[in-house]
Design a protein around this ligand. Structure first.
Ligand code: SF4
Length: 290
């Protein structure tokens, strides 16, 4: 063991050598992570580091911006430049980085409360501008970290601490919203679809423009407990039974529902070429210098 080999404490306080195969990309000294048993966020973290490892990107060319909440802890586990920013403002913060440093591959990785509820306005305007930015929204259907309040993605009828008799607020159909706003790439998978999530992240890095990936994720202690998925594998089984892959789905119909049509439509829905915000800014700069 070299002097620089990272070590972590096991659950008995003993020092053990960290041997994670992606040690060079993870701050192993911060493990074990904060997430609950059965949470899907760690799966997305694994998919992200595997996608980066398969790319030609060097570490000094990647940036991850996270917001606040359970997924907001994502940035803290990465051994690369990463920012843990203000609640709901990850996209605004990352837009500044992406516009001033177009040579960097910028990701925003945050939860549904952060991206689509508190930060919903930033989401639709970044998609409208087609900012060359990659957004991964881990959707656990509630505000998990603060104890399980309902938000903009909580399905109608679902129970949370703040909707104990069933949610009466119609949720966003986020892929439909982001596609309508103008995103270059829109996909949805679940935490069960590890390979598809990894491949989607790889595709996002290839595209010049706003790319968006929704990953539906289990949250056993808050959303799960209230809605019939209290154990770690319950919602994964639900994802396996109900997921229907359809890249050509009519996005107006892909709302996640707890009703009679409780199919979960997943796929790489939108992949199209539009000029990015950065491209248009560069053209404007060229014209203004002539
Ligand atoms: S509360 Fe839910 S989202 Fe947060 S860490 Fe626990 S399982 Fe994951």
């Amino acid at each position: 063991m070299s002097a620089s080999t990272p070590t972590v404490n096991d659950s008995f306080g003993e020092k053990i050598v960290a041997k994670h195969p992606r040690d060079e990309m993870l701050r192993s000294e911060r493990l074990p992570n904060i997430w609950c048993p059965g949470c899907g966020i760690g799966i997305v973290l694994g998919a992200y580091v595997n996608a980066i490892a398969k790319s030609t990107l060097t570490r000094d060319k990647q940036i991850v911006v996270s917001g606040i909440g359970c997924t907001g802890r994502f940035a803290g586990y990465l051994r690369q430049d990463s920012y843990h920013t203000v609640h709901g403002r990850g996209i605004a913060f990352a837009t500044g980085i992406a516009v001033s440093r177009p040579d960097l591959e910028v990701f925003v990785i945050a939860g549904d409360g952060d991206i689509s509820t508190i930060g919903g306005n930033h989401l639709i305007h970044a998609a409208r501008r087609n900012v060359d930015l990659n957004v991964i929204m881990v959707n656990n259907f509630n505000y998990g970290m603060t104890g399980g309040q309902h938000g903009a993605t909580t399905p109608l009828g679902s129970k949370t601490h703040t909707s104990p008799y069933g949610n009466v607020e119609a949720p966003f159909n986020v892929p439909y919203l982001v596609a309508a706003a103008g995103a270059s790439y829109v996909a949805r998978w679940t935490a069960l679809h590890v390979r598809q999530v990894t491949n989607a992240i790889r595709r996002m890095m290839e595209i010049e423009g706003f790319t968006f990936l929704e990953v539906l994720s289990p949250c056993p202690p808050t959303y799960g407990e209230f809605n019939g998925y209290p154990e770690a594998l319950d919602m994964m089984k639900h994802f396996r039974e109900k997921s229907v892959a359809d890249d050509n789905a009519d996005l107006s119909t892909v709302q996640v529902s707890t009703g009679a049509d409780d199919r979960i439509v997943v796929g790489n829905f939108i992949d199209r070429k539009r000029p990015s915000y950065q491209e248009l800014l560069a053209q404007l700069q060229d014209r203004s210098q002539k």
